[in-house]
Design a protein around this ligand. Structure first.
Ligand code: URA
Length: 260
C-alpha cells in the first residue's frame, strides 16, 4: 500500500494533506524520513508521522450505546453524529450499521467492514433486532397475535411476523405466563384509551423498515414515547455502557456476528 493511502486510511488527514506532510518530511518509514507519498509500505515495516508511530488497522468494530439527540450518519451539516462519539477510532471510513432515529437510544454497531454490514442488514437474512419501547396507550394481549401474523403498516407488503411481548400496562407487570390472568383483569381491560395509559413492550423485528417500531405501534393506536434497541442478532447492548459510551467488540462478539 502507498504511504499516503496508509496515513490517510489511519485518519491523519485527507490524501492531499498527508501528501503535503510527507513532502515536508513529516513521515518516516523504518526510522528514516520518507518524502515520497507513493512509497510502497510492506507488511512488517514501521511508519511514523509527526514523530508518532502509526500502525495500520484494517477493520474496526465498535459497540455504541447511542444516546438520543445524535443522528446515525457519518456527517451532518447541522446535527451531531454518532461518529463524533467514537473518539478512539483509527479508521476514517467507519459508518453505522443501519440507522436508529435521532430520538432512539441503544445498540449501534460502527465499523468499516462493508461486507459484514451488508450481511447484517440484508433483508433476506432476517437478523433479529430487539427493541424495548414505552408507548402511550394500552397494548392489549390480542396485539401479540396481530404482530405475529404480520401487520399492515401501509407499505406495499405487510410487516414480517414480529414477536411482541407486553412487559407492563400502567405499571402492572406481566411475566409471560400471567398474560391470560391479565386479559381477564377488567380494571385494566375495560379502560377506554386515555393519553395517560402507558405500556412497556419488547418487540423483535426481522427487518428494518423506516420508523418500523413507531409505525407498527401507531397501527394499533399506540404512540412510542421512548425507544431503545437492545440487541441485533447475537450482539447485545453491554449493560456496563451508559448512553454515549462505546467499546470495541470482543473477539467472541466478532466471531458470532461473522458467523451470521
Ligand atoms: N424503529 C423505529 O421506529 N425507530 C428506530 O429508530 C428503530 C426502529
Amino acid at each position: 500500500m502507498r504511504l499516503d493511502k496508509y496515513l490517510c486510511d489511519m485518519g491523519l488527514g485527507s490524501r492531499a494533506q498527508v501528501k503535503a506532510g510527507i513532502r515536508k518530511g513529516l513521515a518516516q518509514v523504518d526510522g528514516a524520513v520518507c518524502r515520497e507519498p507513493e512509497r510502497k509500505i510492506a507488511e512488517g515495516q514501521t511508519v511514523a508521522y509527526e514523530g508518532r508511530l502509526v500502525s495500520y488497522v484494517e477493520t474496526e468494530y465498535y459497540m455504541l450505546y447511542k444516546p438520543a439527540g445524535v443522528v446515525s450518519a457519518t456527517e451532518d451539516a447541522k446535527e451531531a453524529t454518532v461518529l463524533e462519539l467514537i473518539g478512539e477510532r483509527r479508521r476514517k471510513d467507519l459508518f453505522p450499521v443501519g440507522r436508529l432515529d435521532k430520538d432512539t437510544e441503544g445498540l449501534l454497531l460502527l465499523t468499516n467492514d462493508g461486507a459484514l454490514a451488508h450481511r447484517l442488514l440484508s433483508p433476506r437474512r432476517h437478523v433479529d433486532k430487539v427493541y424495548y419501547a414505552r408507548v402511550e396507550g394500552v397494548v392489549r394481549p390480542e396485539f401479540v397475535e396481530l404482530f405475529a401474523r404480520g401487520l399492515d403498516i401501509g407499505d406495499e407488503k405487510p410487516a414480517l411476523p414480529a414477536d411482541l411481548e407486553i412487559i407492563s400496562v400502567n405499571g402492572e407487570g406481566l411475566n409471560g405466563q400471567a398474560l391470560e390472568a391479565f386479559s381477564t383483569r377488567s380494571e385494566i381491560w375495560e379502560r377506554s384509551f386515555q393519553q395517560a395509559d402507558i405500556s412497556e413492550i419488547r418487540l423483535t423485528l426481522r427487518e428494518g423498515r423506516f420508523h418500523q417500531v413507531k409505525r407498527m405501534m401507531d397501527a394499533v393506536g399506540c404512540r412510542v414515547i421512548y425507544l431503545k434497541r437492545l440487541s441485533m442478532g447475537p450482539l447485545k447492548l453491554d449493560q456496563a455502557l451508559k448512553p454515549g459510551e462505546y467499546r470495541p467488540l470482543t473477539e467472541e462478539e466478532l466471531r458470532k456476528i461473522k458467523e451470521l
